[in-house]
Design a protein around this ligand. Structure first.
Ligand code: ATP
Length: 246
């Protein structure tokens, strides 16, 4: 639950008072154009960036006043996936598990299973710095899932991911929600949001412009049509970039 979140960077108001209630068990898609404030909002929601104003609660626990309990319940894949990339995939998972105080045997079992399910089995012994962008997304997701969180917050989980891996991630997230988990993720891919999400919020210029269940937000249009209407598209006149034509 986010209440009145505000974040400024010098003169830029990145997030201008965001309220969002994510029901337990929902699959929540956060949409918005580049620079809308999605990453800033999600970073504040998971305790990575301190808001200038507002509150964040994860299943009743305040992320800033009760961070240990809130973060036990959270699995996070931040933007750009800042990972300790001089470790192998297996080592990175072991590091995450031990940092969270998990039993080493359980960490080993889960890490092997996650690497296998995410088709990173062979890459388990490769340094993460040598992974492709999509593989980094997948190991980032594995790190977020390792401790069995109740809420997953993922910043653009499908970016740079090939179609086979995207289907795999959709499947894993679908099963996670069916098993009682809650997912919040940001995305630019309307089809994925339409296919997966029970709830959608559209953010523009740091504020929520549309929010509700997928059907409420979409009405009888496609999500893309709603998005373009809400965000305000800029249509080309045909005169631009004439120098590109031969
Ligand atoms: N660390 C920072 N310092 C200064 N300005 C920032 C910083 N982080 C974000 N901003 C600004 O805040 C605004 C929101 O950025 P944010 O990264 O949250 O957008 P976004 O919706 O995630 O965009 P995208 O879809 O391109 O990833 C932008 O104007 C951005 O330039």
């Amino acid at each position: 639950m986010l209440r009145g979140l505000v974040k400024r960077f010098d003169s830029t108001v990145a997030v201008a008072g965001v309220d969002l209630t994510v029901p337990a068990g929902s699959f929540y898609g956060l949409l918005g154009p580049n620079g809308a404030g999605k990453t800033t909002t999600l970073s504040m929601a998971v305790g990575l960036l301190r808001p200038d104003a507002g509150d964040v609660r994860v299943l009743g626990h305040d992320v800033w006043r009760d961070p240990v309990r809130a973060k036990q319940l959270l699995g996070v894949m931040p933007d750009g996936v800042r990972l300790f990339d001089r470790l192998t995939g297996a080592e990175l998972l072991a590091y995450h598990g031990l940092l969270r105080g998990m039993d080493p045997t359980v960490v080993d079992q889960r890490a092997a299973e996650l690497l296998d399910v995410l088709a990173l089995g062979d890459a388990g012994r490769t340094l993460v710095v040598d992974y492709s962008a999509g593989m980094k997304k997948k190991i980032g997701l594995a790190c977020a899932l390792l401790h069995g969180p109740r809420l997953l917050v993922l910043d653009e989980p499908f970016e740079a991911v090939d179609p086979v891996s995207a289907a795999l991630i959709r499947d894993i997230l679908g099963r996670y929600v069916a098993g009682g988990g809650t997912v919040v993720f940001s995305s630019h891919v309307m089809e994925v949001v339409e296919r997966l999400c029970s709830h959608v919020a559209i953010l523009a210029a740091g504020a929520i412009k549309q929010v509700g269940t997928l059907d409420e937000v979409r009405g009888d249009r496609t999500l893309e049509q709603v998005f373009v209407t809400v965000v305000g598209g800029r249509s080309a006149t045909g005169e631009e970039l004439a120098w590109l034509s031969r």
